[in-house]
Write a protein of this length. Structure first.
Length: 132
C-alpha cells in the first residue's frame, strides 16, 4: 500500500530537484509566463502559491503519510516546505539564466514570474519524489 518514509535523504533532494527542472525549464522558456508575471494581480499570485502548496501537501500526504501523519507530522511539513522552496529556487535560477528575473529592478515581477513557473514545477517535483 503506502509506505512511510522516516527520513529526508539527499536522494529525496535529488528527486525533487529533477522533478522541478522537468517542468520549470520548459515553462520558464515561454513568453506567456513572462507576460503573466507582468500582468497578474498579487491576489491571483497568492492563490497560485496556495494551490501549489495544497497540491504538494495533498499528494505528499497520499503518497507517503496517509494514516501516519500523527507520528510523522514534522517530516510531512518539512517535505512540503523543502519541495516548494527548492522549486522556487530552481525557477528563479532558470529565469535568471534566461534574463527574465529582474529581481533588483522589478522585484514584484520577478517574484510573480518565479511563482508562475514554480506552480507546475512543484507538482512535477512532488510526483517524481513519490516514485520509488
Amino acid at each position: 500500500m503506502y509506505k512511510t518514509q522516516r527520513r529526508f535523504h539527499i536522494k529525496d533532494l535529488s528527486e525533487i530537484t529533477i522533478g522541478a527542472v522537468l517542468l520549470a525549464f520548459p515553462v520558464a522558456l515561454t513568453e506567456d509566463a513572462w507576460n503573466l508575471g507582468n500582468s497578474l494581480p498579487v491576489l491571483n499570485t497568492i492563490i497560485i502559491v496556495v494551490m501549489s502548496l495544497s497540491f504538494t501537501a495533498w499528494f505528499g500526504y497520499h503518497a507517503h503519510y496517509q494514516s501516519k501523519l500523527d507520528t510523522h507530522g514534522q517530516e510531512f511539513v518539512l517535505r512540503v516546505v523543502v519541495t516548494y522552496s527548492i522549486t522556487l529556487v530552481i525557477s528563479a535560477l532558470i529565469l535568471a539564466v534566461l534574463d527574465q528575473f529582474p529581481l533588483w529592478s522589478e522585484p514584484a515581477i520577478a517574484i510573480k514570474r518565479m511563482i508562475i513557473v514554480a506552480a507546475p514545477a512543484s507538482a512535477a517535483a512532488t510526483v517524481v519524489d513519490s516514485l520509488r
